[in-house]
Design a protein around this ligand. Structure first.
Ligand code: ZN
Length: 167
C-alpha cells in the first residue's frame, strides 16, 4: 500500500507546473505556451516573489492575471548601476554599440550582465540594471499540474521533473 498526500492547491513545498504569458509595456515578451509549462518548487524562491505570492490557493486548471510591481519583480532601476568604464577595458572583438548586451567580469571574478547605453571617446557607459528592472510585469498564468515534492527536491530546493532543473 502506498499513501500519497493529495495536493489540490498551491501551497509551500508543492511542485507547480505553470503556463504563463508575460507582458511588459503592452508587449508580450515571454511565454511558456509554445513549449512545455515551467515547473518550480513553490515557497523556495524559484520564481520572482511577486508572482509566487499570488499563486497560493490556486487549483489545477485555474487561470489568473497577476500584476507584479518592480519591487516584487526585478527591482527598481538604480542610477548607481549605470557606470562609465574605460574603453581600454573592452576586448577588440566586442562591438561597442548602444543596446549590445554584455557579460562583464567584476574585480572579484563574478559575472554580471550589462547593456551598453552610450559609447564615448574614452569611456563606455554600461547599465547593470536588469533589463526588466523598473518595469511592471503582467502575467497571465494557468496552473497545469500540482504534485508533492520528493525529499530530494525539497533538499535541493528545486524540481527534478522535465521542464525543471537538470543536473
Ligand atoms: Zn537538484
Amino acid at each position: 500500500m502506498s499513501v500519497e498526500k493529495k495536493i489540490d492547491q498551491v501551497t509551500d513545498d508543492v511542485i507547480v507546473s505553470l503556463h504563463y504569458v508575460l507582458t511588459v509595456d503592452g508587449e508580450q515578451i515571454d511565454t511558456s505556451r509554445e513549449d512545455s509549462p515551467i515547473d518550480f518548487l513553490q515557497g523556495h524562491n524559484n520564481i520572482i516573489p511577486g508572482l509566487e505570492h499570488q499563486l497560493y490557493g490556486m487549483k489545477v486548471g485555474d487561470k489568473k492575471e497577476v500584476t507584479v510591481s518592480p519591487k516584487d519583480g526585478y527591482g527598481e532601476r538604480a542610477a548607481e548601476d549605470i557606470k562609465d568604464v574605460p574603453r581600454s577595458e573592452f576586448p577588440d572583438d566586442i562591438p561597442l554599440k548602444p543596446g549590445v548586451y554584455l557579460q562583464v567580469e567584476d574585480k572579484d571574478g563574478f559575472l554580471e550582465e550589462a547593456t551598453i547605453v552610450e559609447v564615448g571617446k574614452d569611456t563606455v557607459k554600461l547599465d547593470f540594471n536588469h533589463p526588466l528592472a523598473g518595469k511592471e510585469l503582467h502575467f497571465q498564468v494557468e496552473v497545469v499540474d500540482l504534485r508533492a515534492a520528493t525529499a530530494e527536491e525539497l533538499d535541493h530546493g528545486h524540481p527534478h521533473s522535465p521542464g525543471g532543473h537538470h543536473h
